[in-house]
Design a protein around this ligand. Structure first.
Ligand SMILES: *Cc1c(COP(=O)(O)O)cnc(C)c1O
Length: 475
């Protein structure tokens, strides 16, 4: 042994990082079983965190990484931390923000991707992965009503997708933007989005170097939808001040209330004012899966670009967004770069030359496996089920004197309780403290409301009854 050491100065692989095959298999089997048990416990336990964070911080402090610990022990420790320390998206009574319990095929995809760890920056290194993602995007774009030839790609989420669209819009708006940035424009570039929009748009203004004030938050019609008349006025005022309008964003599924902006009217307006037209359908875009309901999104097919998050109502694991682009040449124009060390197979598809990211994870397999295993019809059934459950919750609450204040075509209720139960805030606090369900407090048209979104594909009739009972439990 020592003689062999003498012959070769190179040590064997670090066993804790790269265990031998048999040991790996043992740990993998252990993990699979442990996760299944944890999932059962989560479903039967509290929907909200139960962890003592002070104790947890002390435990964390004990990790100074000076002495290695056995991996199975660490896996147990991690599962316990996650089990106690999260608001559980995988709990059947998580009526959450748009974050779902992930589909099983998408979880399988994550395991595959972790094992192969493909670098999806270029078609040269990962030709199959790049082609598969491009295929899924084409099918989704087609389903959204975009013309043949439309493109796009997977993103870390809706924020990156929106950011991508905004950069394309700026690049299209002025040929000097690529080289000189915002100062290429004769005045301050501004864009329009409703005041009910997702706040990623404000950050994106900053990120893109045009400033947060470039996001013009346009008034709504009093029912949570962008008002075309207010939009016209805002554009006229900005032009008069020397600003340069370049983009109009309509939301299909606002975050607070799930409202749908008038997509066709916005398309008209964008065309008339020569603005890039983007539809932020991060959550609501999943309706394209439903034959019966696709028409709700009429006007989406006229967009220059759209955001649809697979990790929202398509229920893949996080983060998995998509940006669809009518004319994919806009992506090349925006993200073009040359790097001698990058291999290329199909330049027009090379993610590093067409997207914000460089090194990238193989995200598309999640939606591919989900769609391939369930079909559009399987996803449609998932959506129809959520809609039916939402309607049931709404009618049960109305029967008990609650008021529904929004009018969303999606699976989202904004409700206010009858006076006897206290205000929205106190009800939400009570529900969350009970651990029996998770709902959110939100604002809709200047009013505090309880936001209930059906996000879990396995929520049962009993779960719904428990939700309604918990909401009505009183102080
Ligand atoms: C969720 C959401 C976003 C942000 O997407 P992330 O995936 O969280 O980055 C943007 N717009 C809308 C309408 C959303 O629902």
């Amino acid at each position: 042994m020592s003689a062999a050491r003498g012959d070769s100065p190179i040590a064997p692989p670090a066993a804790a990082l790269f265990p031998e095959r048999a040991e790996r298999r043992r740990i993998e089997d252990y993990l699979t079983r442990a996760l299944a048990l944890a999932d059962e416990r989560v479903g039967a336990g509290a929907a909200t965190p139960t962890i003592d964070m002070q104790a947890f911080r002390r435990e964390l402090e004990s990790f100074d990484f000076s002495s290695p610990r056995p991996l199975t022990e660490l896996l147990d420790w991690s599962i316990a931390a996650l089990e106690r320390g999260l608001t559980h998206l995988t709990h059947p009574r998580h009526f959450g923000l748009f974050n779902p319990a992930p589909t099983f095929p998408s979880q399988c995809a994550d395991r595959l991707v972790a094992a192969f760890n493909p670098q999806v920056a270029s078609s040269g290194t990962s030709p199959a992965a790049v082609a598969l993602e491009a295929h899924v995007i084409r099918r989704v774009a087609e389903r959204a009503g975009f013309p043949a030839g439309a493109g796009g790609h997977f993103t870390s989420g809706g924020s990156e997708a929106n950011y991508t669209a905004l950069l394309c819009a700026l690049t299209r708006a002025h040929p000097g933007f690529t080289a000189d940035g915002a100062r290429a424009f004769p005045g301050a570039p501004v864009f329009y989005v409703s005041k009910e929009c997702h706040r990623s748009w404000v950050k994106i203004g900053h990120q893109a170097g045009i400033g947060r004030a470039a996001a013009r938050l346009v008034n709504t019609d009093g029912r949570g939808r962008l008002s075309p008349a207010s939009l016209e006025r805002a554009i006229a005022e900005d032009r008069a001040r020397g600003c340069v309008p370049f983009l109009l964003v309509a939301s299909a599924g606002t975050t607070n209330a799930g409202m749908l902006d008038p997509l066709a009217a916005c398309a008209e307006l964008a065309a008339r004012h020569q603005l890039w037209y983007h539809v932020d359908a991060a959550w609501g875009g999943a309706l394209i899966a439903c034959e019966r309901l696709r028409g709700v999104l009429a006007g989406l097919e006229r967009a220059d670009s759209a955001t649809i998050d697979a990790h929202k109502w398509f229920a893949t694991t996080m983060g998995c967004g998509m940006v669809l682009i009518r004319d994919p040449a806009a992506l090349g124009a925006t993200f073009q770069v040359s790097a001698s060390y990058m291999q290329s197979h199909e330049r027009s598809l090379d993610p590093y030359m067409n997207t914000v990211q460089w090194s990238r994870r193989f995200l598309g397999l999640r939606l591919f496996l989900s769609l391939a295993a369930a079909g559009w019809a399987g996803h449609a059934a998932h959506i129809e089920r959520a809609l039916a459950q939402t309607a049931w919750i709404g009618s049960e609450l109305e029967r008990r004197g609650w008021t529904i204040v929004n009018d969303s075509p999606f699976a989202l209720l904004n409700v206010v309780p009858p006076a006897r139960l206290g205000d929205a805030r106190s009800v939400v606090e009570r529900v969350i403290a009970s651990g029996k369900a998770w709902v959110a407090l939100a604002r809709f048209e200047e009013r505090e409301v309880i936001r209930i979104c059906v996000t879990h594909g396995e929520t049962s009739a009993t779960d719904l009854a428990i939700l309604v009972e918990t909401l009505n439990a009183g102080a």
